[in-house]
Design a protein around this ligand. Structure first.
Ligand SMILES: NC(=O)c1ccc[n+]([C@@H]2O[C@H](COP(=O)([O-])OP(=O)(O)OC[C@H]3O[C@@H](n4cnc5c(N)ncnc54)[C@H](O)[C@@H]3O)[C@@H](O)[C@H]2O)c1
Ligand SMILES: [Zn+2]
Length: 343
């Protein structure tokens, strides 16, 4: 079995690849562990949950809120969960974020692990220990950083993943390649989504490579003082338009990455915007949208990554080499305005 280990500040996390869901019984005690999942995943893979204590939450970002945590806590009490209870999140990023957070607060902290079921959770959300919930319009406002004991990968779970969720996950994969791995970017340029959907071995390799990229970046900078910020490529503008225009996260960051490439052309030696845009499009992602520049800029000014008069923005020096640059707000306004009107 292919296995990887990453040592983070608080814990060593073990990643099991090609293991299969049934391997979970070797990692935790089936009698006392509690699995947490959402109703879509439960419905699609009901057999796998046979014999396990399971808490099923409603699916979707709208339920990544404190009310869901409260209901989970009540169910944990009903199940007799104590400090030794192991919590396993089986799901997409909503379930893994919620599981990590519930595990952090119940009895001041339970051990937990993940079985990610979406591409996005496999390559992104379940890695790095950030967890949390949304409060009103503020995404991920409340949460902690705490690493899971393990991640168990079962690719067969992806059979039921809707196509738009595959596409959204590939937005993060293209992001990883753009900031860190030129060879991976070339591979993505050559292939297309249906290739990875059909070729299990190629998909497993792709997922592992992305797991390594994110884990390495996080390991070097768990608490986001330096390189971890590279993972925000496309996310600054992305988050602003995601909330304003009801785009999916993948669509929003795809547009954000295209814009960040255009800004890079102005501020670094970057010359490959066309290649990034072509690749995003190839995987079914949008690279432009109609939006109100003023409205977007107002939201951007509220961004967490803003410092007084400037903002840390992730740009590309070249494909495979991301860089964080502090851009004065006045200049950023102008750049974004020209990008928006250029569309
Ligand atoms: N903690 C982090 O570092 C981090 C990083 C990136 C994203 N996130 C969070 O992750 C969340 C997004 O993750 P997501 O895109 O996986 O969302 P999600 O968990 O909502 O899953 C998307 C949809 O796909 C369904 N689904 C998932 N796996 C399935 C499967 N195998 N079969 C059938 N249906 C399946 C879900 O029920 C849901 O309807 C956001 O809340 C985001 O904030 C966290
Ligand atoms: Zn993202």
């Amino acid at each position: 079995m292919k296995k990887l280990q990453y040592k983070f500040s608080g814990k060593t996390t073990t990643y099991y690849f090609d293991a299969g869901f049934s391997h979970l019984e070797k990692l935790v005690d089936k009698k006392t562990a509690v699995l947490l999942t959402d109703e879509n995943i439960f419905r699609s893979h009901q057999k796998k949950f046979g014999g396990w204590n399971t808490i099923v939450i409603k699916a979707g970002e709208a339920f990544k809120v404190q009310d869901t945590i409260n209901s989970i806590i009540e169910q944990l009490i009903d199940l007799g969960a104590d400090r030794k209870t192991f919590l396993v999140g089986v799901g997409g990023g909503v379930v893994t974020d919620i599981t990590g957070y519930a595990a952090a607060v119940y009895m001041r902290g339970l051990s937990f692990g993940f079985v990610p079921t979406s591409i996005l959770a496999m390559v992104d959300a379940s890695i790095g220990g950030k967890n949390g919930i949304d409060v009103g319009v503020y995404k991920n406002l409340v949460g902690t950083i705490r690493q899971p004991d393990f991640l168990l990968y079962d690719m067969s779970l992806l059979k039921s993943l809707p196509k738009e969720e595959w596409i959204g996950g590939f937005a993060e994969i293209i992001k990883h390649a753009s900031i860190r791995d030129a060879a991976l970017f070339r591979e993505l340029e050559k292939n297309k989504l249906s290739f990875y959907q059909k070729d299990n071995a190629a998909l497993a390799k792709l997922i592992r490579r992305n797991v390594v990229i994110k884990s390495t970046v996080v390991q070097k900078d768990e608490f986001e003082k330096g390189d971890r910020r590279l993972l925000n490529f496309g996310h600054t503008l992305g988050h602003a338009i995601e909330n304003l225009y009801e785009l999916s996260h993948g669509q929003a960051i795809s547009i954000g990455m295209a814009a960040a490439c255009m800004i890079s052309e102005e501020l670094t030696d970057f010359k490959d915007t066309d290649r990034v845009i072509a690749t995003l499009k190839k995987y079914g992602l949008p690279t432009q949208a109609e939006f109100d520049g003023k409205e977007v800029l107002n939201v951007l000014r509220m961004d967490k990554k803003k410092e007084r008069d400037s903002m840390n923005y992730v740009l590309l020096n070249k494909i495979g080499q991301g860089v964080v640059k502090s851009i004065p707000i006045v200049q950023l306004d102008k750049l974004l305005q020209s990008i928006i009107t250029a569309r």
